[in-house]
Design a protein around this ligand. Structure first.
Ligand code: DX5
Ligand code: ZN
Length: 216
């Protein structure tokens, strides 16, 4: 079975003790950190920006998986590429998607395109050769702690099948409402990178929860 990677979202963490949480996540063997950047325009919430990401980068050797939920992301891509290892933005956010994916790779990051629940998988098929990862949202972007939308499963399966048809090896990440019940569904559909926020940060023993989903 393909190894599943876990990318914890720190959105619901206590930011004053974030370095402790990151240390616990490192010890638990997570594969990267998922950082949700929200601008209050593309999504109805504001989170954090590059100064926070810069500090996190200085504290950990885990790869940083930056999920931009910002309007017209091309305006800020060079800034975020300084600290991101994997840099993703939304298909729906109003940039030239192909250009932006190419630019992210030129800047030395892995590229990722992200789709909201209402966007059909087929819309990104022609962009797949420019992607190192695809992120399928399984909640409406903007907030942690929402319920998993099972409609994401067919989209994951369709993207996986299309990657195979095009002969591409691309990571498929799923984000929103992942827990011990929904993670196996996403994996069976073809996802190999799981974002998890609330499931980990609401647990008494975050390390045990990481191991639980990594062993699926
Ligand atoms: C939502 C974010 C997610 C979110 C995941 O817009 O992109 O990364 O924080 O949190 P949970 O796992 O709690 O749904
Ligand atoms: Zn996210």
């Amino acid at each position: 079975m393909a190894m599943v990677k876990v990318s914890p979202s720190v959105l619901t963490a206590d930011f004053l003790t974030l370095s402790d949480s990151i240390k616990k996540l490192e010890d638990a063997g997570v594969d990267m950190l998922h950082l949700d950047v929200m601008d209050g325009i593309f999504v109805p919430n504001i989170s954090f920006g590059n100064p926070v990401i810069k500090s996190i980068k200085a504290h950990t050797s885990l790869p940083l998986d930056v999920h931009l939920m910002i309007d017209r992301p091309h305006r800020y891509i060079e800034e975020f590429a300084k600290y991101a290892d994997l840099l993703g933005f939304h298909y729906e956010a109003g940039s030239d998607n192909a250009e932006l994916l190419k630019k992210i790779r030129e800047l030395g990051c892995k590229s990722c395109i992200t789709i909201k629940p209402a966007t059909a998988a087929e819309e990104i098929f022609s962009l797949l050769p420019l992607c190192d990862m695809v992120l399928v949202m399984s909640v409406e972007p903007g907030f942690g702690g929402q319920k998993f939308m099972p409609q994401a499963l067919d989209k994951i399966a369709a993207i996986k099948a299309e990657c195979e048809r095009q002969g591409l090896k691309i990571d498929i990440e799923v984000d929103g409402g992942i827990n011990a019940e929904t993670a196996p569904l996403a994996i069976n559909a073809g996802a190999n990178v799981l974002v998890a926020g609330n499931f980990l940060f609401s647990a008494d023993d975050m390390g045990a929860k990481v191991k639980e989903i990594k062993s699926l």
